[in-house]
Design a protein around this ligand. Sequence first.
Ligand SMILES: [Zn+2]
Length: 475
Amino acid sequence: MASHQKVDFEKVVDRSLLNDYLEFLRFASVSTKNAEYRKELQGAVKWLVKKLKEYGFSEVRALGLKEGEMFVDYYPLVYAQYEVSKNAPTLLFYGHYDVQPADEQGWVSDPFVPTIKNGRVYARGASDNKGRLFATLWGIKRFLESTKNSPINIKLIIEGEEEIGSKNAPRFIREYQDLFDHTVLFLNDMTRFKDTPTIVYSLRGVLYVELKLFTAPKDLHSGTYGNLVLNCANLAGYVVYKLKDIFRNRIRIEGIYRYVRRAGKDEIERLSKISDDWNTIKETTKAYVVTPYKGARLKDFAPMHLVSLLPSLDVHGIKSGSYEEGVVKTNIPHSATIKFSLRTVPYLDNKKLKQLLKAYIEKILKKFKGVKYELRFLVDLPYYYEDVNSGYMKQFAKVVEDVYQQPVLLVPNGASVGMVGFWRQIFTDKPILIHALGSYNDNVHAANESFSLEDLYYGALVVERLLKEYSGKKQ
Ligand SMILES: [Zn+2]
């Protein structure tokens, strides 16, 4: 990606910071396999606490962790702050110290022994999230070194459970809400769009649902009872059919589209220009691509719009009756489980969606008097949305453009970031700024994950520049 100047990033990089980053990558801080990596996670936390103190943060703590305590139930949040005054603006930065396992085939070097090749650092976590985190730390360091008396407060939270769904994050955020008080939250996260400087202004939420159906206390024989009793597998099929119209590509939950944020003409046009087209989707997936729903407004929508600004519903599993190979029992199943999720979008909040869904399921099943069902919500993550025309976002876009000397793309993303969602739930009115840092070449969550020193540098510059903006000291 590039800026117009030619820069040798190996020369530009801050040596001692690079060494810290490489040292940090040596911790196999894998959160997905509990006991096996506990010592490494503990080591990473201890190391971080020590380093952040060295970097000049005045208060550094592993939140929720008592002295000498083992990590049993959760991995703590590392918190650091540099406070100058209660009245000064506060920039809060987020990152995570846990990583995915590195047991895939194809690593050319040890995933926990970082190596630098052609301006890229190779290791598990090199990009996600240790590289992005060190870009942030470098930016803070540059700012503090260039500013004698910082006029703003800087806070940092580094989570240890991002890769396992930020299970304890909501509890921590609530418990330490006062400590985390801030003006804006900033993240170096997500992946740059088409290798162009990118700000992500919208993320979808998730509502993961499990629906259990019961039509009888036990399975019955179809030779004896076929035509006489309701088959639960058939009923499950009917419910799935009622959830989404696959011809019109439209969710059937009544009222759902009424709450969706409507993109303006400008936004629709802007997204159409940068979105992949339908042929690209066909070629990359080799799948049966659902042509856009032919509703009045939607005909102009590009794939990016459908995947990020409209809710989607996908069934992930259906279980009922016998499903072994070959001829199986001719039973009439008495129960069925359907697992499905909804990706929610700006303005369609999960609380509302739950109400709509409950009412809709009840309406469908009311026709079958006596049928029992259980509806459970297993994951509940809110959407994120920041108005691109707000003062915060305009200032942020200018910062990014100044750093890269290129126009920035404002992109909505169809995925969900747990922490961002929780954060939005608790600090409802505080802006969240997401600078997409890293490229698709980073192989995040895959073999030979890497991060370019160029990104380390630009991530740091964005942070430094943002801190200066908030200090009222424009360059
Ligand atoms: Zn990850």
